[in-house]
Design a binder for this molecule. Sequence first.
Ligand code: DGL
Length: 267
Amino acid sequence: MKNRPIGVFDSGIGGLTVAHALREALPNESLMYLGDTAHLPYGDKSDDAIRSFSLRITKFLLEKGAKAIVIACNSASSHAFDAVRELVPDEIPVFNVIDPVVESLRGLEKGIVGVIGTSATIRSHMYRSKITLANPALIVSELPTPLLAHMIEEGFFTRSVSQAVISEYLNDPALDGIDHLILACTHYPLIQDQIQSHFQKEVKILNSAELVALEVKEVLEKKNLLTNSGESNYQFFVTDFTESFDKSADHFFQGRVELEEVKLWKE
Ligand code: DGL
């Protein structure tokens, strides 16, 4: 069990930011990543569709021998975490990208926390309900920013057009007075610098990727599930292969990625 890979999934290649953080935190672990590019974006899908895609992908990762499941997508974490947890045998830990961020806010005395993410993530109000439960002293203000994931996926993250879109969203009155901002979409670490420079130093940006990786490390350690093989292996699957995904994937993972198509929906 110890030497099996960690299974990670997302709607597309955005979750590779989480896979990258996992590789940094756990360099000896093997990873198996699945991006459901055939159904991208999840942010515009119904709750039921997101749940059913997530369950099918989880079955695939379990069949391939995953020793843990990481839902590296906020839209799927918002709508499918409970269903995935129910499907997966108890001895296999399941992680979402929301809880570690919420935990990191527990100790704050007060503050206004902004949350930006896809329409699916924001309409679930999962961040607002979990944060106010964990720390009632905090005020949470959520804003859907649906264009950002598309823009980043297209490779637009450091151009003037992307700066204009980012500024338009971040100037929304919903984010007035915030002191923390949660990047509630696994694509957004690629525009973290632009977001930080928009707010100068007044707002602390919370990026879930590193917090999730630390949580995975802690739990695997506690459950005695860390590998002892000394040999890590990475596999990257997508449900629909295109050249453009192949090109963008390297940016998200910050390393060379060989995408392999798996026909999950074409059988
Ligand atoms: N990676 C997804 C998330 O974190 C965003 C992209 C999508 O809409 O599928 O919510």
